[in-house]
Design a binder for this molecule. Structure first.
Ligand code: MSP
Length: 685
């Protein structure tokens, strides 16, 4: 089976930021997973270097466009290398192989009669490199993505007969329900197509920096037609060896701002050229800072992935980005959240299991991987095996379904169960009697070996996301580098749990895998990363002591009606009775959840058992004490706010995986409902 995954190619008008790192890390993790499953995998990233936007950026720097592009491309390459991105190719649209392909594609479409000459007059946003109708801009003619004024353009242009492909494209969407995911984006684009496709201007004459139109060099090809073609030019073009291997097994991972280009323009170009369409398009949300999109044009929101990963570790950053926000949803980035998740999941859960298992293997098993007893009766031993098998199956399913956040959640069910298992076995007690009691010796060995195996299994499951730490973890378990590469090079099978390590090998304890950040270190990091958001000792109780960066971001988010002014929270608030610091609030994972079904919990008068849909985060069962106010059928279809990271609890024999927010104290008066248009799973702040 072939799996070809692509990232968007990045504009070289400025250096990479966290948003660019995100798409590339996500694609890298998915590519690593598919490779480990033995699929013929190809992973492409690259840079988008033509067009007015790049020409203008170079002019600002007084540099020829290609020279400018070379400098920025070097930064992208270095960043991706630093982030341990294992791409198979890096395409630049200024390369000959690409330019030739684009010229050829143009000619193919001309031969089919779908490009004609005309003149374009209308609005153009250089930031988006896109044409806009009056209705798509605001009253001041600003574009919805950049909030910058669109230019009025009037020039001769070639047009592509996009209108001709409306029906064929709609049929493709009908026949291929998974063509665009998540579903809300599919629905959005289908309504856009149904509203009518117009012919598209596909050449420009008012600047030079682009690929000339074959046969008429006074025009350059529209930069999106140029850019989208990278996905094929990088394969060597139609009928090249790579093309035959990987097209149309292509999956484009893209941000939501470039959906229309990928889900409408690109398929229409391909239909016109008589070429097969890619298999799927997966749309990711945006990382924001205090509600504003992280972007090159908003320095106040810029987060440098290089600096961040230097401080917290490359793998920890990769983990955070993929664990914190389900692929497909927006996420608001804050440093407290990053350190909080690092400490909780990596330093505590995983770090702790590794640390205690290695210590006890050292003490109780002479530092060697012990044997697993073939048949140990106590249920705790069979239970942990079942948890591990389930974790392998769930992680596999979620990664195959483009849900890395859920996949990591599944790995952590094993990590946490591993810690509970060690607690339950009490190896320190068994060790006291193991010398005289062969059964205790066998059980002690079995327990330590199972904990070591759980760690080896977790290492393999997290390897697509944290390749460096996975290798280091296996090394500490005594696995040779060669065997380690073999283990992460192949995807674990549920039925083989417990058989990966070799009895008798010496464990090799090394540096702490994820050192915990204590309070002082956390403060030091926050001071470094976001000096304006951390109060200094001398900061008073009133007024905004933050610098321009924090204030600018707040101003922007207020403009968008999203700000909560959390930057103004002073650490001192935590000392006031009844107040909590912002960091505590940030720990709550509040999400939009749609109630899909509801039924009374038997033998209770107030409880309803709900099934709630969290979009890309899946479905949960929640027990809610709202039956005094609502009948089951009244709440179905409502979108409410769910506390999604609440520890599960069993209420009257029914497991509840979260809590919905409702108004009222003893008696419920109403639900925390939210607009229907907000996608399920969206974070609530
Ligand atoms: N050059 C075009 C893509 C051409 S693909 C044939 C482009 N480049 S970009 O550099 O502006 O953006 C590249 C990708 O980064 C887009 O998918 C965009 O959504 C993503 N991101 C940019 N900022 C982002 C965030 N703040 N958060 C997440 N991703 C975001 O568009």
């Amino acid at each position: 089976m072939s799996f070809y995954i692509t990232t968007p190619i990045y504009y070289v008008n400025a250096e990479p930021h966290l948003g660019h790192a995100y798409a590339t890390i996500a694609a890298d993790a998915l590519a690593r997973f598919h490779r480990a499953r033995g699929e013929d995998t190809y992973f492409l990233t690259g840079t988008d270097e033509h067009g007015q936007k790049i020409e203008q950026a170079a002019q600002k720097q007084n540099r020829p466009p290609l020279e400018w592009a070379d400098a920025v491309v070097a930064k992208y390459r270095a960043t991706f290398e630093h982030l341990n991105i294992a791409n198979d190719d890096f395409i630049r649209t200024t390369e000959d192989r690409h330019k030739q392909f684009v010229g050829g594609l143009w000619e193919r479409i001309v031969e089919r009669g779908d490009i004609y000459e005309g003149a374009y007059e209308g609005h153009y946003c250089v930031g988006c490199e896109a044409f806009y109708t009056e209705a798509q801009l605001d009253d001041d003619k600003r574009c919805p993505t950049h909030q910058t004024k669109a230019e009025w353009v009037s020039e001769p242009s070639y047009f592509f007969r996009m209108s001709k492909y409306q029906d064929a494209l709609l049929k493709h969407f009908e026949d291929n329900p998974g063509f665009v995911r998540p579903e809300n984006y599919r629905n959005e684009i289908v309504s856009f197509i149904k509203s009518g496709l117009r012919d598209l201007s596909v050449s420009r004459t008012t600047f030079q920096w682009g690929i000339p139109v074959p046969g008429n060099e006074t025009h350059v090809i529209y930069v999106w037609m140029d850019a989208l073609s990278n996905y094929m030019s990088a394969l060597g073009g139609v009928d090249a060896e790579l093309y035959n291997r990987f097209w149309p097994a292509a999956h484009h991972l893209i941000g939501k701002d470039i959906l229309r280009f990928h889900a409408v323009y690109w398929p229409c170009f391909l239909l016109a050229a008589g070429l097969p369409l890619p298999q799927s398009i997966f749309v990711t949300g945006w990382w924001t800072v205090r509600g504003s999109k992280i972007s090159k044009s908003m320095p106040a929101t810029r987060v440098d992935p290089n600096e961040l990963s230097d401080d917290i570790g490359v793998d920890a950053l990769r983990y955070f980005l993929l664990r914190e926000v389900p692929l497909g949803l927006d996420g608001d980035f804050n440093y407290e959240g990053l350190v909080g998740r690092y400490n909780a999941d990596l330093a505590n859960d995983l770090g702790n299991l590794l640390n205690r298992t290695l210590t006890m293997t050292g003490k109780f098993c002479a530092g060697q991987v012990p044997e697993r007893a073939a048949d140990i009766p106590a249920p705790k031993h069979t239970e942990i095996d079942a948890v591990a098998r389930q974790a392998i199956a769930d992680t596999t399913r979620h990664l195959a379904d483009w849900a890395p956040s859920r996949a990591l959640e599944a790995v952590w069910t094993l990590v946490r169960a591993g810690n509970r298992y060690v607690d339950g076995c009490q190896p320190w007690k068994l060790a006291k009697t193991a010398g005289d009691n062969p059964e205790h010796r066998a059980e002690l060995d079995h327990c330590m070996r199972t904990a070591l195996e759980a760690l080896a299994c977790a290492a393999r499951l997290v390897a697509p996301v944290m390749p460096g730490k996975a290798a280091e973890l296996l090394r500490q378990l005594g696995v040779s580098d060669e065997r380690g590469a073999e283990l992460v090079g192949a995807w674990p099978e549920p039925d083989r749990f417990g058989q990966e390590l070799a009895a008798g090998t010496a464990i090799a304890r090394g540096d702490v895998l994820f050192p915990r950040f204590d309070k002082d270190q956390q403060l030091a990091l926050l001071r470094k990363w976001a000096p304006d958001s951390v109060p200094t000792e001398s900061a008073g109780q009133s007024g905004d002591k933050r610098g321009d960066k924090g204030k600018k971001a707040d101003k922007q988010s207020k403009k968008q009606g999203k700000g909560q002014g959390q930057g103004k929270t002073k650490a001192k608030d935590s000392e006031k009775p009844g107040l909590v610091p912002f960091a505590d609030v940030a720990r709550l994972d509040l999400r939009v959840a749609e109630i899909r079904s509801a039924e009374p919990v038997p033998k209770t008068s107030k409880l309803l058992r709900l099934s709630v849909d969290l979009g890309p985060m899946g479905t949960r069962q929640v027990v809610a004490g709202i039956a005094g106010r609502y009948k089951a059928e009244e709440v179905v279809g409502k979108k409410v706010i769910l506390v999604a990271n609440l520890e599960p609890a069993t209420i009257r024999g029914v497991e509840s995986q979260g809590m919905i927010l409702a108004a009222g104290d003893r008696d419920i008066l109403g639900l925390s409902t939210i607009d229907e248009s907000v996608p399920n799973g969206t974070k609530v702040r």
